[in-house]
Design a protein. Structure first.
Length: 267
């Protein structure tokens, strides 16, 4: 995927964002990214469909039985699996992580992040704090990989219900935050390649079951070297994100990963 402009690969995780939330909310950024990239609104997460197990699979490339995280409480892995962040940093790439839910702090090993920003504020204002912190760091230094997590959508789902008006509004705000970060990358002279996805969906005021509403997630890959307006026909699992990030950055995948790079999205 050659380009004369430096590229920054950025993973956006919008906690609890259902695919039909994307289609029903006002999401001009996500709509544009789908038209410009490869996407599916039928990707599948893991059981239990809970934030920390899902993110561990997303970043460590394996299903729950392999990593053993079954709740939102981290336990050291009996058989360690390197995360995408670890592999990317070990390959000499600059990495950054911006987030507003503290339990995600163990998604990489100590020393694998060049920049880490955390704020304890899982509201839409907290999402904006994350986006602005990412913008500030991007304008100060270059990155090869960024992970940007926005947690308000899930929090609003628990408070008001999935698919409620406040929930759809939280998705719209997350859409604006993503646009803000992508514009910052471009302003800094880099060409963003982005994955936008969620960790799980939800129903009523909860999640964690095998219901399609909980298990089905959006997955959108956009940027230089990615096929445009391409709805993916093959299955995408949440633990495919990890090797896909490695492929985008030219990093050797870890032998422990079970996911696969979604190469049918590549030109």
């Amino acid at each position: 995927m050659p380009s004369d402009i430096p590229r920054t690969v950025v993973l956006f995780s919008i906690d609890g964002m259902r695919p039909d939330g994307v289609t029903q909310a006002d999401t001009p950024t996500f709509d544009r990214l789908m038209k410009q990239g490869s996407w599916t609104l039928n990707a599948q997460t893991v059981m239990p469909s809970v934030t920390l197990p899902c993110h561990t699979s997303m970043l460590r490339g394996v299903d729950v039985p392999r990593h053993g995280i079954t709740s939102n409480t981290f336990q050291p892995l009996a058989r360690p699996v390197p995360s995408a962040i670890d592999a990317i940093h070990a390959a000499g790439k600059r990495t950054g992580f911006f987030y507003n839910w503290g339990e995600l702090r163990d998604l990489s090993e100590p020393g694998s992040l060049d920049i880490s920003y955390f704020v304890q504020d899982a509201t839409s204002e907290g999402d904006w704090k994350v986006a602005r912190a990412a913008e500030s760091s991007i304008m100060e230094q270059s990155f090869d990989f960024l992970f940007v997590y926005l947690g308000a959508t899930d929090e609003v789902g628990h408070l008001h219900g999935w698919m409620s008006e406040p929930y759809l509004e939280a998705i719209s705000i997350a859409d604006s935050c993503v646009d803000h970060v992508l514009k910052a990358i471009k302003s800094a002279g880099s060409d963003p390649v982005s994955i936008v996805q969620s960790d799980h969906g939800g129903h009523g005021r909860s999640h964690g079951t095998e219901m399609p509403e909980d298990m089905t997630i959006p997955w959108i890959l956009t940027g230089v070297g990615i096929r445009e307006n391409n709805e993916l026909a093959t299955p995408v699992r949440i633990y495919d994100t990890c090797p896909t990030l490695a492929a985008l950055l030219g990093v050797r995948p870890a032998k422990q990963w079970d996911g696969r790079a979604i190469e049918e999205a590549f030109i």
